[in-house]
Design a protein around this ligand. Sequence first.
Ligand SMILES: [Zn+2]
Length: 99
Amino acid sequence: MLGFSIQKLLFTVAAIFAVWYGFKWVGRMKKVREREARERLRRQAGNGGGAGTSESGEFGAGVSVSGAAEEMLECPTCGAFVAITGAKSCGKADCPYPG
Ligand SMILES: [Zn+2]
């Protein structure tokens, strides 16, 4: 009387493979679900429009401050952009800015 037969051995191997693949599948599903949740959160934050998020408000203030600091004017004659404060002539005769 044998303790185990070929059939029992095959069944055991099959069961081990089934459990192994099951764990692999569960891990993959978990990863996919985590990624989906993260993307949903990011999308919600983007659609929120800064309702109570201090981050977006700080970003907006920073952009506006830097824009005011570097205000530029386009020269109507040559098309070159010059700073409003201390605008200089580009050298052309029709340039409105002082040389
Ligand atoms: Zn000019």
